[in-house]
Ligand binder design. Structure first.
Ligand code: ADP
Ligand code: MG
Ligand code: MG
Length: 247
């Protein structure tokens, strides 16, 4: 299986150091939750891995099976097997879910799948996720509910079969439907060949997804690590202990 290795990652946003030495290893089949107070740098980690231009890496490495993703373009990262929900545009006017997904698969494989094969994969992906067939013909994110946005995200996972999936659920204000979709999606992938990095502020999602490892972020660093019991502790006690420690 694949391994994502983040080594001493330092990231600056608008001339301010946000990530101050992050170390984390995610292996295929593992689910890691990154939790922490607002503003601790969780989304910055996701954006930096994704290659967002606003986030300047000033030190460290992000290795996927030994290849430094930081040296690659955003497209090359995706082709290397990295999936980031946020690398895709929020609204894609006039593009159907089906066409969007076929384009994504094409860009990752380097060649277009045969229409018939793609249609088959799409159908089985949608069946597996209990997504109605009409969904494929709708325009991406046009009038999507929170749950439908998440269905689209998990459908991408299903079709792209990435080695590592980074899901930042912090700011998305998940309703119960969306929460269920993401949880089922993660639970589907967790035991397979995909390593999942689930970034979240709220412990709520961790009632549905039991992560193998929990990492607590504070002021741009991982300050505590543990198993699922750490998420329960956070749910009971909040982040106060960590925010005080870093102030
Ligand atoms: P979290 O996801 O844990 O809430 P973020 O990574 O979003 O934290 O933010 C960490 C810090 O970086 C915050 O102080 C935030 O204000 C700052 N920051 C993040 N993105 C930007 C940006 N695009 N421009 C300026 N500051 C930013
Ligand atoms: Mg350092
Ligand atoms: Mg965030």
């Amino acid at each position: 299986g694949s391994t994502l290795e983040i080594r001493d990652l330092h990231v600056t946003v608008a001339d301010k150091e946000i990530l101050r030495g992050v170390n984390l290893t995610v292996r295929a089949g593992e689910t890691h939750a990154i939790m922490g107070p607002n503003g601790s740098g969780k989304s910055t980690l996701a954006y930096a891995i994704a290659g967002h231009p606003k986030y300047t890496v000033t030190g460290g490495q992000v290795l996927l099976d030994g290849v430094d993703l930081l040296e690659l373009t955003v497209d090359e990262r995706a082709r290397a097997g990295l999936f980031l929900a946020m690398q895709y545009p929020v609204e894609v006017p006039g593009v159907s879910v089906s066409n969007f997904l076929r384009t994504a698969v094409t860009s990752i494989r380097g060649e277009a799948p045969k229409l018939r094969d793609f249609a088959k994969d799409l159908k089985s992906g949608m069946d597996a996720l209990s997504i109605d067939a009409t969904f494929a013909q709708r325009n991406v994110n046009e009038g999507f509910s929170g749950g439908e946005k998440k269905r689209h995200e998990i459908l991408q996972l299903e079709l792209l079969k990435p080695k590592i999936a980074v899901l930042d659920e912090t700011d998305s204000g998940l309703d119960v439907d969306a929460l269920r979709v993401v949880s089922e999606g993660v639970n589907r992938f967790r035991s397979g060949e995909t390593g999942v990095l689930l970034i979240t502020h709220y412990t709520r999602i961790l009632r549905y997804v039991k992560p193998d490892f929990v990492h607590v972020f504070s002021a741009g660093r991982i300050v505590e690590q543990g198993g699922p019991e750490l998420a329960e502790k956070l749910e009971a006690e909040g982040y106060e202990a960590y925010t005080k420690a870093s102030a």
